[in-house]
Design a protein around this ligand. Structure first.
Ligand code: PLP
Length: 410
């Protein structure tokens, strides 16, 4: 590391890193709890958590200690041999998901957890009927950027540069239970959905759609895959968002927050679905790596010992109440939606990017998840005072962008 200014870093980025991200003009060197510090040493309130990842805040001591301890002991062996942190994690996941017979496949991110789930479902389907390989997904969904998960992602603009795709997905409106029921046939091996669409604009999927998905899967021998990559590990105030519904999936995928920032994903199945894969069916060199698995165990233990699911629900209630009040008297803001600490602030104009920028100028990190929706995803450890500070910055940002005199509400 050579240090340097933001401009130096931007030049190095442009020279040698592929330009897949339109980055903000901001670079961070370290973090502590809800705070991120930029190259000038200025603190920002992090209400994005690296896209819903650092649920325990930055530099969480339990995670740091677990990583350091495991890194000093054993970093990697491959899955040709057993290591204990992976077993510890698989057992913890079975416990928190509430399935005694749960089995996990460990991957390296959300996209590869979903890729595993799609392959598992195809293997499941083909055992019944060679043509049973199709998957139903919802418009607005986001499941990843690999070729299979890109197609499962119900955002056609993302498909265009890479077409032709594999042609195995049927996409239905995210809020139409009847359309979903009608779309699932005996040629479908799975329905795949999020309980709250994160990248799709923090949109909760209606309850009747979740029930229709379960019923359609039962009627046609298909698997219900719930993608909890963004919602899992406490983000919504439950371990998994589906646990606040009465719908039980067959397969759940998780990633992002599982190791508080170290790369990991898991595809968790129960019942007959848990026994689909056999040796050679699927694999990845780093999956279940001892260091990331040790970090994930520390995450789960800390959420339990600090009662962070309850804390997330409490802080969520505070945020929702305050934002609903702001909707009455702050320019641009019309309301709030989402679940737990995955919230979308809705705006009355397509200016979310300008508000995101204005928040950054006020040392608050949030992001525009749609043209008219701002995503808030603070850590589960966020304090009431930090929420007050963040909402003051958001109010100022909306006043700045909306112009309180011309756009302000009566
Ligand atoms: N699934 C959902 C619901 C996501 O939100 C994301 C990422 O935003 C992914 C899958 C892909 O995860 P990753 O970027 O770790 O591959």
């Amino acid at each position: 590391m050579t240090g340097g200014t933001l401009a130096d870093w931007q030049e190095r980025d442009a020279a040698h890193v592929m330009a897949t991200y339109a980055r903000a003009p901001l670079a961070f060197t370290h973090g502590q709890g809800t705070a991120l510090f930029d190259v000038e040493g200025r603190p920002y309130l992090d209400f994005l958590c690296g896209l819903a990842v650092t649920n325990l805040g930055h530099a969480n001591p339990a995670v740091t200690e677990a990583v350091a301890r495991q890194a000093g002991r054993l970093v990697h062996t491959s899955n040709l041999f057993l290591t204990e942190p992976m077993l510890d994690l698989a057992e913890r996941l079975a416990r928190i998901i509430g399935w005694d017979d749960a089995r996990s496949f460990f991957s390296n991110c959300g996209g590869t957890a979903n890729e595993a789930a799609i392959k598992l479902a195809r293997r499941w389907g083909k055992r019944q009927n060679p043509a049973k390989v199709r998957v139903v997904t919802l418009e607005g969904s986001f499941h990843g950027r690999t070729m299979a998960t890109l197609e499962a992602t119900g955002q056609p603009a993302k498909h265009v540069p890479f077409q032709p795709l594999l042609g195995y997905v049927d996409t239905v409106p995210f809020d139409n239970a009847a359309a979903l029921r009608a779309a699932v046939t005996d040629r479908h091996c799975a329905v795949m959905l999020e309980v709250v669409q994160g990248e799709g604009g923090v949109r909760p999927v209606p309850d009747d759609v979740l029930h229709a998905a379960r019923e359609a899967c039962d009627d046609h021998g298909a698997l219900l895959i719930v993608d909890e990559v963004q919602t899992g590990i406490g983000r919504t105030g439950q371990w998994f968002a589906f646990q606040a519904t009465s719908v039980q999936p067959d397969v759940v995928t998780v990633a992002k927050a599982l190791a508080n920032g170290l790369p990991i994903g898991a595809c968790i199945a129960h019942g007959d679905a848990a026994a689909v894969f056999g040796p050679g069916d699927h694999a990845t060199t780093f999956g279940g790596n001892p260091v990331t698995a040790a970090a994930a165990c520390a995450v789960i233990d800390t959420i339990e010992s600090s009662d962070l699911l309850a804390a997330a629900r409490e802080r969520s209630a505070q945020l929702v109440q305050r934002i609903e009040e702001m909707a009455g008297d702050t320019p641009l803001i019309t309301g709030v939606r989402g679940s737990g600490l995955l919230l979308g602030v809705t705006l009355d104009a397509p200016v979310a990017r300008a508000v995101e920028h204005a928040c950054r100028e006020r040392f608050l990190v949030v992001n525009a998840v749609a043209d008219d929706v701002l995503r808030l995803a603070p850590p589960l450890t966020v304090t009431a005072d930090e929420i007050d500070l963040a909402l003051s910055a958001l109010t100022e940002a909306c006043n700045h962008v909306g112009g309180s005199s011309t756009r302000g509400k009566a």
